[in-house]
Design a protein around this ligand. Structure first.
Ligand SMILES: Cc1cc2nc3c(=O)[nH]c(=O)nc-3n(C[C@H](O)[C@H](O)[C@H](O)COP(=O)(O)OP(=O)(O)OC[C@H]3O[C@@H](n4cnc5c(N)ncnc54)[C@H](O)[C@@H]3O)c2cc1C
Length: 398
């Protein structure tokens, strides 16, 4: 009997798990002893990390999209569309049902379906929703607004955590300042006020917060921390705080709240917010319907890691894949996820007047982020990363 591994979601984490397993078990797959199947609701991999750069023309849609078939090993059974769109999961029966009505059984299950924006949960937001967070199309639309914005107040609003990559709103804001100042010209920047409304006290870990605060001050970007939102009043172009404070805007850019995938809440296997609960070290399912050692969850859709980032999903995928390899070989070895996470910091972008500066900040459960300075090399690596992502990260080669 062949051993079946079923992976839900062919994004960053799911693709890496599938490719690492396909490499390890090439002989067993050929002999029909191991079967790896990956499901996704669509057939194009979109690199979300690049959305932040799109409004400023630093990447094109072509840079950030790739047919999934090109980045998933042909040894993996890849199913996309209605036959791959997960609708319900029954952990007791080891059964996953998809939109077309078809169902899949498994010996091991990996949940890597990420998370989704929840715009409707913020009163009034859908009446004036501009963002770079949800799709390439939305990021391009925002780019058009930013290109023609000459005067007034831009408010960058993050109503609540968790969001994927909590460093991205800050990175975007630093890029926006540079874009207005050096590409559009100092005159434009002088006429634009940038207000950053942030729902918690710090932007990232203390060392990240320290440098972000300094860069914001230097660039004349106002931060309001611990901002609690009540609603967006689009008619009056105002953001309304929980204490009744009204903040005027001319352009509102919002990072919407996020939640887990509905199929899991509907199946009763998620906790509040739709997140899949896991042991923080083993990444095995520990949830409302019991403990299931053969079920792993990772990345943005799970409770793994302190924050949701692609770098975290990457490290988690290597741990999940290695533990599945050990299980299938029956060698009894276990490896633990030690909380490896990361969030790139951008201090400056490359413009005719400035050199790019960045740092790929990383930390772990027991190893806090150390103070750092963004560098030119960091910027080059960060820019390059978006091109090597397809052939290294998704293939679990780094
Ligand atoms: C604007 C922005 C900027 C970011 N910048 C960075 C950055 O600079 N650095 C960084 O480390 N991280 C960054 N991130 C975060 C990073 O993109 C995510 O952490 C990462 O993609 C999570 O990987 P994942 O595998 O958990 O989920 P994803 O990569 O989102 O993959 C989930 C997959 O599941 C599929 N799926 C969803 N629902 C279903 C369903 N019902 N059935 C079947 N398939 C389904 C989706 O189609 C998708 O392919 C950023 C994110 C955003 C939005």
């Amino acid at each position: 009997m062949s051993k079946k591994v079923l992976i839900l979601g062919a994004g960053l984490g799911g693709s890496a798990v599938a490719n690492k397993l396909a490499r390890e078990f090439r002989k067993e797959i050929a002999k029909g002893e191991v079967e790896i199947t990956i499901l996704d609701k669509n057939d194009v991999n979109v690199f979300q990390g690049g959305f932040t750069f799109i409004p400023f023309g630093l990447y094109t849609p072509e840079d950030l999209t790739m047919p999934r078939k090109k980045v998933i090993s042909p040894r993996v059974k890849a199913v996309f569309g209605r036959d791959g769109e997960v609708k319900s999961v029954d952990l007791a029966d080891r059964k996953v049902t998809v939109a077309s009505g078809r169902s899949y059984s498994y010996d091991y299950l990996v949940i890597a379906t990420g998370c989704q924006a929840d715009v409707e949960s913020v009163p009034g937001l859908s009446n004036d929703f501009n963002t770079f967070y949800t799709s390439i199309e939305d990021a391009l639309k925002l780019g058009k607004l930013v290109k023609t914005f000459d005067k007034g107040r831009i408010v960058i609003l993050t109503p609540q955590m968790p969001i994927p990559c909590p460093g991205a709103p800050g990175k975007f804001t630093v890029m926006l300042d540079a874009y207005l100042r050096y590409i559009r010209g100092e005159e434009v920047r002088k006429n634009v006020e940038i207000e950053f409304l942030w729902p918690i006290e710090t932007i990232g870990p203390p060392a990240y917060n320290q440098i972000a605060t300094k860069v914001f001050e230097e660039r004349n970007i106002n931060i309001t921390r611990n901002f609690k939102l009540s609603e967006v009043d689009a008619n009056n172009k105002e953001v309304v705080g929980a204490d009744g404070e009204r903040i005027k805007y001319d352009l509102l850019i919002t990072i919407p709240p996020h939640k887990g995938i509905k199929a899991f809440s509907d199946s009763g296997i998620a906790v509040e917010g739709g997140w899949i609960p896991v042991d923080k070290y083993t990444l095995q399912y520990r949830g409302p319907v019991g403990n299931y050692d053969e079920v792993y969850a990772m990345g943005d859709g799970s409770t793994a890691g302190a924050v949701k980032t692609g770098i975290g999903a990457h490290y988690q995928s290597l741990i999940v894949a290695q533990n599945l390899i050990n299980e299938l070989h029956g060698n009894g070895i276990k490896v633990s996820y030690m909380g490896e996470l990361g969030c790139p910091f951008v201090g400056a972008i490359y413009t005719p007047s400035t050199r790019g500066e960045a740092h790929i900040a990383t930390w772990m459960y027991d190893k806090p982020l150390e103070p750092f300075k963004p560098t030119k090399l960091g910027w080059l690596i960060y820019r390059m990363y978006y091109y090597i992502y397809w052939d290294t990260e998704l293939k679990a080669l780094m």
